[in-house]
Write a protein that binds this ligand. Sequence first.
Ligand code: ATP
Ligand code: MG
Length: 191
Amino acid sequence: MTESSMTAKEIKEKGLLIVYTGEGKGKTTAALGMVYRALGWNKKVAVIQFIKGKWITGDRKFAATLALSHVEGQPPLNFSTMGEGFTWESQDLSIDKRAAEAAWEKAKGFIASGEYFLIALDELTYTVHHHFLPLPDILSTLKNRPKDLTVVVTGRDAPPELIEMADLVTEMRKVKHPFDQGVPAKPGVDF
Ligand code: ATP
Ligand code: MG
């Protein structure tokens, strides 16, 4: 459907494809800020992080407390990290690929379910960059998503085809980063 053939209501309720990319800090936190807002409006939200789920992060810890506070019924936030329950001891790339594929299958299920207002696919670009997931499948899944579903994709090196398809693209540009002065990543700021 082209924009011109949509009714005013459909345009208003149209879900957006949002991409946060670039070298500067702020991509994941921008996506999580939107998650926080959507939850404030009692919208149903899913976050899937396409990073190795072996480090503890504040993101995950807080999501776990939210889940615990909603023991009755469905938690409003469905948060998962790639490869939870995997053993990541080896540097075997085929393990990364299988974990990425499993996380992507889960994402596709959430997208197709029609239940969500917002789905954040954090670091999805990483899986494309490393050839763990086929870009055409990602593009067609995002293109054919429910029309009121907003999807946020984060990660460096967003492929041009994804940027082309998106409604909103912000490129974070590094002006300064404390890492360059040797300041290590901080809990509560960086993870
Ligand atoms: P954040 O999660 O803080 O929003 P991000 O998603 O933009 O950051 P990633 O590319 O996912 O950044 O990098 C993950 C980690 O690397 C984070 O801990 C982040 O603080 C740190 N980081 C981000 N940008 C830079 C940079 N330009 N130099 C060094 N470290 C960075
Ligand atoms: Mg990130």
